[in-house]
Ligand binder design. Sequence first.
Ligand SMILES: NC(=O)C1=CN([C@@H]2O[C@H](COP(=O)(O)OP(=O)(O)OC[C@H]3O[C@@H](n4cnc5c(N)ncnc54)[C@H](O)[C@@H]3O)[C@@H](O)[C@H]2O)C=CC1
Ligand SMILES: O=C(O)[C@H]1O[C@H](OP(=O)(O)OP(=O)(O)OC[C@H]2O[C@@H](n3ccc(=O)[nH]c3=O)[C@H](O)[C@@H]2O)[C@H](O)[C@@H](O)[C@@H]1O
Length: 435
Amino acid sequence: MTVCTMNIAVVGSGYVGTTLAACFADLGHEVTAIDIDEGVVDRLNRGEASIHEPGLDELIEEHAGDRLRATTDYDAIRDCEVTFLALPTPSREDGSIDASIIEGGARSVGEALSGGGNDHLVVVKSTVIPGTTEGTLIPAIEAGSGEAVGERIRVGMNPEFLREGSAVTDFLEPEKLVLGADDDWSHDRLGSVFEPLIERADPAVVEATVREAETIKYANNAFLATKISLINELGNICKEFGVDAYRIADAIGLDDRIGERFLRSGVGWGGSCFPKDVDALRAAAREAGYEPELLDAAVAVNDRQPERLLALLEDHVDLTGARIAVLGLAFKPGTDDVRNSRAIPVIEGLEERGATVVAYDPVAPAPMREHFPGIEYAESAAEALSGADGALVVTDWDEFAALDEEFEGMASPVVIDGRRVVEPREGLTYEGLTW
Ligand SMILES: NC(=O)C1=CN([C@@H]2O[C@H](COP(=O)(O)OP(=O)(O)OC[C@H]3O[C@@H](n4cnc5c(N)ncnc54)[C@H](O)[C@@H]3O)[C@@H](O)[C@H]2O)C=CC1
Ligand SMILES: O=C(O)[C@H]1O[C@H](OP(=O)(O)OP(=O)(O)OC[C@H]2O[C@@H](n3ccc(=O)[nH]c3=O)[C@H](O)[C@@H]2O)[C@H](O)[C@@H](O)[C@@H]1O
């Protein structure tokens, strides 16, 4: 069967945009990536990603200069049939989303499309609060293009569910695709974009309205974050009972209604999305007149986990003047992203208690230096552990599971594990956060 290939623009070349652009090129589409950062654009054109994602460099190297091109010039959109907006939607101080970047991007897309031309579908890929596409982004496109959306220019919403650290495989092997649009033409065009992926991976396809698609994304993330907070709460209780929370999770996960995934208890959820999206949903719910008590509690439990990790360490080590190794800085393994990493409150807590911090992460030391320029960064876990009075495991990198004689270099071999990754062994004082 012939699969139709299209000319697609992707605005924003961060974690989502770069993955999207490289994967669309791999699916056979002609892709133009647009970013305001010249460094990001130059790297893409040289065949390199600006972010660390397994498999991404290989895809970019294969397609750059051929089916994948990058530019800072929004005018490239004129030659495309579909434009995806993969721009940041960060939190404001009060937790609500700041839509100004994506609003500016939507306006620029409108300007690039002004003056007539071919039919064009603009697809919101970013996570935006229900009503934002209609209330903010469509007016911005209209202001830029000088014409009403709904005739030549139409708008869809296609939330993204990829995880950092497995972005490429998540994108190319999705469980579901949510195609949000408010008319048949837009649904059809969005369907055409994903036709090669549907052929290849056979995901469930959910046809939704734009507002439903916006809402599905928040509901998905709020559910997952709350699921982790629930297993963390249960895990804290298990610890008090002297019971291993992982054995309990294995048992309850066998119930299909609960499911075995996202039941790893520990130091909590971080990253660029769960904290931001749960906060944005709470703020939007409040603004709409609803008190989101369960979501508030999910955040409260999450905020408490790093403190519990530190308290466990304090049971074994006097932290004033102690040298403490922090193993793992990324918010999860497989990424160099440290946004809202649990390592941040952990390091802050250690500094408040007068400890000297020596941190190690296989890929994320550079971004963490911006948060904590004054702490020591080791080149290896062995170097971080050498002479340490205690160690905290904050990210579940596989290499920490293989640590063995490295612990012998510690001044006092105390390991508090926030991710269930280190194997307990003789000679090591080992405690898990929830086991
Ligand atoms: N990171 C993730 O795993 C996921 C993120 N999302 C959502 O996708 C959206 C994008 O997130 P990320 O990719 O993480 O963002 P990011 O921060 O990694 O990348 C954003 C990119 O946009 C560029 N940019 C900023 N302003 C621009 C402009 N006016 N024009 C062109 N480029 C511009 C930046 O230079 C940067 O390269 C957010 O709404 C996020 O919530 C959704 C699912 C997964
Ligand atoms: O909207 C987004 O940006 C994305 O947010 C999450 O993806 P991500 O944040 O990349 O990573 P996850 O694997 O979900 O992990 C998030 C946090 O939860 C923690 N976690 C995860 C699973 C678990 O069982 N326990 C647990 O503590 C991780 O350590 C990490 O800090 C969602 O899983 C994606 O579906 C979504 O697209």
